[in-house]
Design a protein around this ligand. Structure first.
Ligand code: ATP
Ligand code: MG
Length: 425
């Protein structure tokens, strides 16, 4: 026998028992973004490598070591998208959606990063994200945060996530701060780990992100980013905080929050949870006012976030009972003999025509009655339509309420109105 082929490490199948949760999650997301009047955008999974180098930044973790990059047959360097924002900006520029306009967009789909697979960290994963273009004021920062808060409420996990926010200031403020930080850290190189030493050279702000407690101890006395903020950014940040207060959104200002991508300025934020170990960030975003121009478009401010759906699913699996998202079968059609099976198929189609919202399971493949009813039970069906030769001949149906065992016989023609009544609430 030949060896079975396995999926690529870190790239997961979503099996039928998991898709119910995913579809439910996606449905909540669609409803919430619609209620904020965001429109969906879909972009290709593959883009030219330059797009990500120029947007995310050459010396970030993603571009340095996580991208799936390969040469196309004609020699062009292509990359499987590691995130969504760059592609959305590329598409916006290409189709003239951004300049002098306002756009509220969202996307959902696969992303690819070559990381070490572990709980909440995979090589193919899914993000849902929103991007608002043409809004320079902090009311939009607050709106996208409010949108994410509404999702946690929908999912019933608002108690399990916390919002952290910070301001990176203008590019100039960030540069000035970077210099001060480099001076500070360079005097304390002995206390830094290898990772931080590397970041000190390539992307010093990322040292603030270090998960190493020894490095964090050194950072206690480091210069504070907030002391370097330009006046406008300070104001933007305090207005954002006021908005969040008004909306009743609790947050913690985390001065160490810098985010791993180069394109952010001013607002950055993360929703974090303690229930996923080191993979604690479920949603991350911020403002990227320079990105559109950086990718060749006319300057246009932007703000958005991306949510990791696998991490969300992990939290939901722990917190939700499956009844909250699994749609069980409404009516199971059981039949004894060929005639009954044939008639069940016809009846089920008739019910689908009249009551398209119901979930019907018509038993196929014959077999004994007991087995069929066991199946109905396993599917948690609410009603069973039961036919034998007699019923077919007399144009009748037996219908059994599987919750209380009550059974009655009806003329076939009354099946639809019976079910309509039974499922009307
Ligand atoms: P982390 O610090 O966990 O590596 P990140 O800063 O690289 O996250 P972003 O690029 O901001 O993450 O992506 C936004 C969200 O996408 C993350 O908060 C997370 O929920 C999810 N995410 C990122 N990388 C992965 C991955 N490899 N597997 C699963 N989810 C991921
Ligand atoms: Mg990462």
């Amino acid at each position: 026998m030949s060896k079975t082929i396995q999926a690529i490490r870190g790239m997961n199948d979503c099996l039928p028992e998991q898709t119910a949760l995913w579809q439910w999650m996606e449905q909540q997301i669609r409803e919430v973004v619609a209620s904020y009047d965001f429109a969906e955008i879909r972009t290709p999974v593959v883009e030219s490598t330059d797009l990500f180098k120029r947007s995310i930044g050459e010396v970030t973790d993603i571009v340095e070591k996580e991208m799936y990059t390969f040469d196309d047959r004609n020699g062009d360097s292509l990359t499987l998208r590691p995130e969504g924002t760059a592609s959305v900006v590329r598409a916006g520029n290409q189709h003239g959606l951004l300049y002098n306009q306002q756009q509220k967009l969202w996307y959902m789909g696969q992303m690819f990063r070559h990381e070490r697979p572990q709980k909440g960290r995979y090589r193919q994963f899914h993000q849902f994200g929103v991007e608002a273009f043409g809004y320079a004021t902090p009311d939009m920062d607050a709106e996208v945060i409010a949108l994410s808060r509404r999702l946690w409420q929908r999912f019933g996990i608002q108690e399990h996530v916390e919002l952290e926010i910070n301001s990176l200031g203008s590019n100039e403020a960030r540069e000035n701060y970077k210099k001060a930080l480099v001076v500070f850290l360079s005097e304390r190189k002995d206390a830094l780990d290898e990772d931080s030493l590397r970041r000190l050279e390539s992307n010093p702000l990322r040292v603030l992100d270090s998960k190493n407690p020894d490095v964090q101890a050194v950072l206690t006395d480091a210069p504070a980013l907030s002391d370097y903020l330009d006046e406008e950014s300070k104001q933007h940040f305090s207005q954002l905080c006021e908005r969040l207060d008004k909306l009743g959104i609790q947050y913690r200002v985390n001065e160490r929050l810098v985010r791993g991508l180069d394109y952010y300025n001013r607002t950055v934020f993360e929703w974090v949870t303690s229930s996923l170990g080191a993979q604690g960030t479920v949603c991350a975003g911020g403002r990227y006012d320079g990105l559109v121009a950086q990718l060749g478009g006319k300057a246009c401010p932007g703000v958005g976030f991306a949510m990791g759906l696998e991490r969300l699913a992990l939290i939901l699996r722990e917190q939700l009972a499956s009844e909250q998202y699994v749609d069980t079968v409404d009516v199971f059609f059981a039949g004894l003999g060929d005639l009954a099976a044939g008639q069940n198929a016809v009846l089920a189609e008739t019910v689908r025509d009249a009551l398209p919202a119901l979930k019907l399971h018509n038993h196929c493949g014959g077999g004994n009655f007991k087995k069929q009813m066991k199946k109905a039970d396993k599917l948690s069906a609410k009603y069973a339509v039961i036919l034998g030769d007699n019923e077919v001949a007399e144009k009748q149906v037996n219908i059994k309420n599987l919750a209380n065992g009550e059974q009655q016989t009806l003329p076939e023609a009354e099946l639809v109105s019976f079910l309509q009544g039974a499922f009307s609430n």
